[in-house]
Structures are given as C-alpha cells and as structure tokens.
Write a protein that binds this ligand. Structure first.
Ligand SMILES: N[C@@H](CCC(=O)N[C@@H](CS)C(=O)NCC(=O)O)C(=O)O
Length: 222
C-alpha cells in the first residue's frame, strides 16, 4: 500500500484533478489513485468522505487531507525539495508563484466557455471576445516567462522556467483546451504547448482520459 492517496475526478473532464496528479508525478511520489466520477447522484457523498470542501483533488497522507491543487504542490515541494517543483532562483520562483496564482484564481470566462474535454474536438466553440482576451493574457505571460527565465535556468526543456514546474502544471489543462477548441497560436506559444503535451506524465493522463467510457453531456458541444 502506498503512503499517499490522491482522490481525483474523471480524467477527461477534471482539470483540477489533472493538476494534482501531475504535481504528484513531478514530485516522484508513489501514490494510489481513487477516482470519483463527477456529475453522478452519489458524487457529493463520495467526495465528502475525503474532502472538507467537497472538491477534488485531495491528497491523503497519513492523517492529513490536503484538498487544493496549489496546497498539494506546496506540501510536496516541502516534502521533496529536490524534485524542483518550483524554480530554484528566488526571482523565478516568485514569478512562477504569481503565474500559478493568476491561473488558480482567474480566467473564469475561459474555464466556463472552454471546459476541459481532452478527447473532444470543438474548433471555434467558445471563442468569445472575453475568452480571446484571456487567451492573449495567458500567451503573453508564457512568452514573458520563457524569455526572462528559461534561458538562465539550469536546463531548458521548453517549459516556462526551463524545467517542468508547478507553473506548467497550472497551465496543462489550458493547453488541452487550446487543442480541443482549436485556438490558433503563434509558433513560440505552440512550441510551449507541444512541450507540455509531450511531457510523459501528461501523455499518460491524456491516454487514460481518451479511454474513459463516461460522457458528461453538458461538456459535449455537438
Ligand atoms: N481550487 C480547487 C478547485 C477544485 C475543483 O473545483 N474541483 C472540481 C473538479 S475539477 C470538483 O471537485 N468538483 C466536484 C463537484 O463539484 O461535485 C483546487 O485547486 O483544487
């Protein structure tokens, strides 16, 4: 039995679960997965067994339940400092936390109009002026991070701060949304999306999402 348990929702639809799961993978911990299907009559009762907020992901470690993706990231960063979950340099780390917090607390229109649906393709759906303004802000932030920090990082693997960090994890669901909803990007931003989509753990999650049999009708825009 693993020391850690991660409680998540459907892999195809649960964007916050994807974040929690990628953080656990990046931290290099062994963990057991408990998947609770979203939008079922017993979802709330099942989640309540693990999560005081009623939301997933939840990381259970010993007697502790950590019920928020960023809090899971901070906890594992403290437990596994060598995993590099945040950039090493203080300035890079401060900006990585800023871009992560901006995602965690913002971009409501994008999240509402373009819900994560990894296996689907709905090009053009949700391209409202408000959403496209948020896309511009996100892409601007990505390019700024790459320009200021990736080159001076100990290694540049194509991610925002060179190596894969929590900041990339925060934008991983956004990258799948851009693919699902056919958001056109310039070549540099597309290269960043490709780096994320080709990350081994990301590929593993997306593959499993594609094979899930469950459909949530309100996120299938046909
Ligand atoms: N801020 C939270 C957001 C978590 C969240 O909204 N989770 C959704 C799934 S993506 C959820 O658990 N929904 C369950 C429900 O609404 O019953 C985090 O970062 O973990």
């Amino acid at each position: 039995m693993s020391e850690f348990t991660l409680v998540i929702g459907n892999k195809n639809y649960s964007s916050w679960s994807l974040r929690g799961w990628l953080i656990c993978k990046a931290a290099g911990i062994e963990f057991e997965e408990v998947l609770i299907r979203l939008y079922e009559p017993d979802t709330k009762a099942n989640v309540a067994r693990y999560s005081p907020s009623g939301l997933m992901p939840v990381l259970v470690h010993g007697g502790l339940s950590i019920w928020d993706s960023l809090a899971i990231g901070e906890y594992l960063h403290e437990l596994r400092p060598a995993a590099g979950l945040w950039p090493e340099a203080a300035a890079a780390r401060a900006i990585a936390r800023s871009v992560s917090a901006e995602m965690h607390a913002g971009f409501a229109e994008l999240r509402r109009e373009m819900p994560m649906n990894i296996r689907a393709s709905f090009p053009g759906h949700g391209h409202t002026p408000e959403v496209m303004a948020q896309v511009q802000r996100i892409v601007g932030m990505w390019l700024d991070c790459r320009k200021r920090f990736a080159g001076s990082a100990p290694r540049d693997d194509g991610f925002l701060f060179g190596t894969f960090t929590i900041a990339d994890v925060m934008y991983a669901p956004v990258v799948t949304r851009f693919r699902t909803y056919g958001v056109k990007l310039d070549s540099e931003a597309q290269r960043y999306c490709d780096a994320l989509l080709n990350h081994a753990a990301m590929k593993e999650w997306c593959e499993e999402a594609r094979h899930e049999p469950w459909l949530v009708a309100e996120y299938e825009f046909r």
